[in-house]
Ligand binder design. Structure first.
Ligand code: NAD
Length: 468
């Protein structure tokens, strides 16, 4: 075993001891920890904004809006509900088991590993940590290597608030994550790409660790002929170009009814013009592509699509020195283009037209199940048709991204876009085992035991018919 492997191993060993102590921790103790995180964030809001700005020039306000504010909301929501989530619940006693009682206790799974991405590096690392604390687990966090400043800050925060045997951060890249995954964690919570998600699931299988996979994919946005086009345009543009398109639930591509295509595109263009307050940088609040690799990948998608007949109708300007890429709209798109085959994860919006909703649903159904699906329509029939005919992690009608912060609504993907949920009670359950405890008071179950006399057989038949 290498020194690194040895040190990870002894770290987990110390967390395994701690997990036994946390197993019986009370809601009050867990809430105290959540409050300490909230206070730390309140005291360090500016420093958090600095870290994200250094990492990819993310606007300070956008960091507050999309990384800090949702943390406050989530902490408040957990604190308000934790006692109830932890409280043992019971089901009504089935007739066949008259004479028994039951409860279901949520017990912490134990030792958790959280692997997080770079695109919302603070929120997407810390949100599952809140769920793990609420559930009573220990955590090793492996944040993204691409947002070094934010990852170091999270490390500092956890170091100040927790002992290493409870929560700690190990920074590094894929190698670090792979080495960590050799250890027998009880639960692995991964947020990232479907490609790496598959590797995480394979590694977790070796220890039979349960997994939550929050993945990505191509999330469609559909605008029909009845939609409020101005409103749809603003929301689509905001959703697509927030974080420079580097959002897992961003509209990946747009399907618009032929009748309203020109009008919708005009509305999107006019909204983009309004935000364009700094022509060199598009907007002072507009962030950069995370690194040169992703920058060339996205620029490559534009070039390749153009060479195959696509037309850039807005934007397209890029600057390699600071990985700047303008919000870009592309038309004349065909499903065969690479831009329609892989998750874009950048500020490009390919536009496809339709005349019949069936074309849209069959296109979606031929591809991997998306994480999110957006519908802009006033027609209830169309909304229902798309919702029922397709499968996706979530559906949002006439809005963007609210599913991620909508307390009480489980957030997650399906198959290629993920498995399991994050946040709220569902997030708490991901880190908990719902353990049934059934007590026999005077149940006559031995009446069914051998020897299987005539009486036992008759009784079994009767029970099968009327009691089971
Ligand atoms: P990524 O999969 O490249 O990396 C995510 C994390 O996995 C990083 O910490 C990385 O170091 C680690 N990693 C790399 N190789 C690994 C391996 N072999 N085993 C274990 N861990 C490994 O993803 P990314 O580029 O950081 O993030 C972008 C992707 O994440 C997009 O696909 C996006 O849609 C998705 N995403 C999903 C959600 C969601 O909530 N569903 C949220 C944000 C991002």
């Amino acid at each position: 075993m290498t020194d690194t492997a040895n040190s990870y191993n002894s770290l987990l060993k110390s967390q395994q001891v701690k997990a036994l102590e946390l197993r019986t921790s009370k809601a009050k103790e867990r809430i105290k920890k959540l409050k300490s995180i909230k206070s730390w964030i309140e005291d360090n809001e500016e420093i958090i904004c600095d870290a994200l700005y250094s990492d990819f020039k993310k606007s300070r306000h956008e960091t507050y809006l999309s990384e800090i504010m949702p943390m406050y909301g989530e902490i408040r929501y957990i604190i308000k509900n934790l006692k109830n989530w932890m409280y043992p619940k019971s089901v009504s006693v089935p007739l066949f088991f008259t004479g028994t009682s039951n409860i279901r206790i949520p017990q912490p799974k134990g030792n958790a590993l959280i692997i997080s991405p770079w695109n919302y590096p603070f929120l997407l690392t810390m949100k599952p940590v809140l769920s793990a604390i609420a559930a009573g687990c220990t955590v090793i966090i492996k944040p993204s290597e691409l947002t070094e400043n934010t990852s170091e800050l999270i490390k500092k925060m956890m170091h100040e608030l927790f002992t290493e045997d409870e929560i700690t951060v190990i920074t590094g890249g894929a190698d670090t994550a792979i080495e960590l995954q050799k250890l027998p964690f009880n639960h692995v919570f991964f947020t990232g790409s479907p490609k790496v998600g598959k590797l995480v699931m394979i590694a977790a299988a070796k220890n039979l660790a349960s997994v939550t996979l929050e993945l990505g994919g191509k999330s469609p946005t559909i605008v029909d002929e009845t939609a409020n086009l101005k409103e749809a345009a603003i929301k689509i543009a905001y959703g697509k170009f927030l974080n420079a398109g580097q959002t897992c639930i961003a509209p990946d591509y747009l399907f618009v009814h032929t009748k309203v295509k020109d009008k919708l595109l005009e509305e999107i263009q006019s909204y983009l013009k309004k935000l364009n307050d700094d022509p060199e940088n598009y907007s002072k609040d507009y962030c950069r592509i995370i690194n040169k690799g992703h920058f060339s990948r996205i620029v490559g998608l534009i070039k390749e699509a153009e060479s195959e007949g696509a037309q850039v109708i807005t934007g397209g300007h890029s600057r390699e020195s600071d990985a700047f890429l303008e919000p870009t709209l592309l038309t004349q798109i065909t499903p065969e283009m690479r831009i329609m085959k892989e998750e874009i994860f950048g500020p490009l919006l390919p536009v496809l037209e339709f005349t019949n909703l069936q074309e849209v649903t069959s296109f979606i159904n031929k591809n991997e199940k998306p994480l999110a699906l957006y519908i802009y329509s006033k027609n209830r029939g169309n909304q229902d048709f798309i919702t029922k005919e397709t499968s996706s992690g979530s559906v949002v009608i006439n809005d963007f991204a609210i599913q991620f912060i909508y307390h009480g609504i489980p957030f997650g993907g399906i198959n290629n876009s993920g498995t399991g949920y994050s946040g709220g009670e569902e997030g708490f359950k991901e880190f908990s085992h719902l353990k049934p405890v059934i007590k026999n008071h005077f149940s006559p179950s031995p009446l069914f035991y051998p020897p299987y006399t005539k009486f036992v057989k008759k009784l079994t038949r009767f029970a099968a018919k009327y009691l089971a």
